[in-house]
Design a protein around this ligand. Sequence first.
Ligand code: FES
Ligand SMILES: [Fe+2]
Length: 365
Amino acid sequence: MKLSSYLKDRAIANGLPAMAYTDEEFWLRECETVFADNWVFVGFAHELKNLGDVLPISVAGKPILLVKNRNGNIVAFHNVCRHRCLKLVDQPKNVGKLIRCPYHAWTYDLDGNLRASPHFGGMNNHKPSGFIPSNNGLEPVRIKVWHDWIFVNLSKKAPPFEKYAATLIKQLEGVNLEKVYPVATLEFGEIFTNWKFLIENFIEPYHVQFVHKKTTSQPLKDHYTIVDGMCYGSGVNLSKEDASSGNLSVSSRYLSLFPNFIVGTYFPGQLGVYLNQPIGSGRTNQKRIIYTTDGHDLTKAEIENQKNLWWKVHKEDHEICERLQLGRASPVSIQGGLLSPHWEKSVRAFQKIVVKSVMKYSKVK
Ligand code: FES
Ligand SMILES: [Fe+2]
């Protein structure tokens, strides 16, 4: 079946074909489209605290470097030396004022300007004729730091971030994002599933009462779905909130901004953002930051409680997402299974954007 046929509206729609989750070629197409043309979520600003902090990341398989520059701004570059294109920085660290390539000591400042190219033209000739250092600085990457969240747009073609994310920003009205404060980090490492399964699982409420029956008290009947342009997800309004229990039993919203930004708001005053960093067709790194909002304080015991709760909830989801991936080895999954016309509307909306993005590539049929 042609990928374009998945865009046709039907009473009961299929999910994406299995190959969209397993095929390396499809993943490479996503790298050239989904993860190039959009604002991709890549990290947390609070993790680059000091001037000279650098954080190497991978976006669509490409090495990118985040740098806290001398003005205190976070900037992004392609993480390769302009001499022989060595991957310049291989681990998070503080470089002081200069980034020095380990191979032949070409040196860049924190704004990417080339400051030294020792003996490039021969002994003690650092600038041979025809070589223009100002043309050989680190290649910048378009970046937007929105509150604590860092996004990059590799192709530079995405609309300005505020326009791109307008529907998410509208959905989050009422949450004072100026006052988000990170209180805990959960590093899940590598999950053996395609990145799309983690997004799809987060934005549909259908599974909650079954998969999370021990960790949440959010009845299915109280849930609704949200589809709003590049933002989609679900929400639940409870008449009785219980923020103190070991279970998640508070009104919540589960939102995603295409392609991979995920934010959950949990009444009262808690926010969770998680980073799903795809590293191939069947593997994704995941990390969650727990925030308080509006100056809402959590005691150490409450933070521990929340960490334990969220760790369990994520593990429950990981098991499901890894089994979704394993199911794609079956010929039964070629057509993608079925989506609930009610509970999985947000999944359908997300999948349609994926298909529209990758269809720009003529090789994908
Ligand atoms: S590759 Fe970086 S200085 Fe030669
Ligand atoms: Fe879940």
